[in-house]
Design a protein around this ligand. Sequence first.
Ligand code: CTP
Ligand code: CA
Length: 227
Amino acid sequence: TSDFFADKYLENQHWVITAGPTREPIDPVRYISNHSSGKMGYAIARAALSAGAKVTLISGPVALEAPIGCQLIQVTSADEMHQAALAQATDCTTFVACAAVADYKVANIASEKIKKTNDAMQLALVKNHDIVADVAQLKDKPFVVGFAAETQDVEHYARGKLMRKNLDLIAANDVAKENQGFNSNDNALTVFSSIDKTEIPLANKQQVAKQLVALINQHYQQKHKVN
Ligand code: CTP
Ligand code: CA
C-alpha cells in the first residue's frame, strides 16, 4: 500500500495511548462499564505505528486485535489503567487519552456474590483518579492529548477540560450526532488548543486517526521548536 512509502515522520517518538472502557467491579460476577468499543484508540495506535512511532497501548477490555508492532498493556479497572498510565507516561513523548474511563468506582466491592434480598438496593460510588489530568501534572510531562465526548455545548465543555486538566490539545466529538463516536465506525472531531481549533470532518475512524496523529505532531513540533 501507499503507507509502505509514507514518511516515518514519528521516528524517535514514543506514544502512549489509552483506549476502550474500564470495568468497575461490584462483586465477583458483576461490574459497571460503558459502551466504548476502543476503535478510536486502536486506530490512533495503528496510525502512529505506521508513521514510525514506538507505541504503547493501554487498553481496557475490548473485542479488537492489538495493532501489530505495539506494546499492549491490558487492564480492567480505572485504578489499573491509572497505575499503568503513570508508569508509562514518564518515558514517552506523547500521551493520548482515548479511553472512556469510568468516572466512579464501587466504594466497597463485595467479596461474595450479592444476593437479591430487598426490593431496592443502593450502591455507594467514589470518584476514580483522573488519569489524563494526573499525567499532565508530571514534572517531565509528555505532550498530553485528551478527548471529550459531549452531547451539548461541545466547545464550552471541551475548552473547560483543556484548561482544567492542563492538556496541550483536546479532541472533541459530539456524541449526540448519529453515526459518530461511541461504538460507531465513523467519527468527526474538533481539536482545540488554547489558541486555535481544527475540524477533522466525518470519515471512518482510521482516516480520522491518521489526520489526528499528523495534527498532534504539528502541535508537538511547534511546542518543541527551538527559537
Ligand atoms: N479521563 C481520564 N480519567 C478519568 C476520566 C476521564 O483520563 N477518570 C480522560 C478521558 O480519557 C478523556 C478526558 O479525560 O481524554 C475527558 O473525559 P470525559 O469523560 O469527557 O471528561 P470528564 O473529566 O470525566 O468529565 P464528564 O464525564 O463529567 O464530562
Ligand atoms: Ca467522564
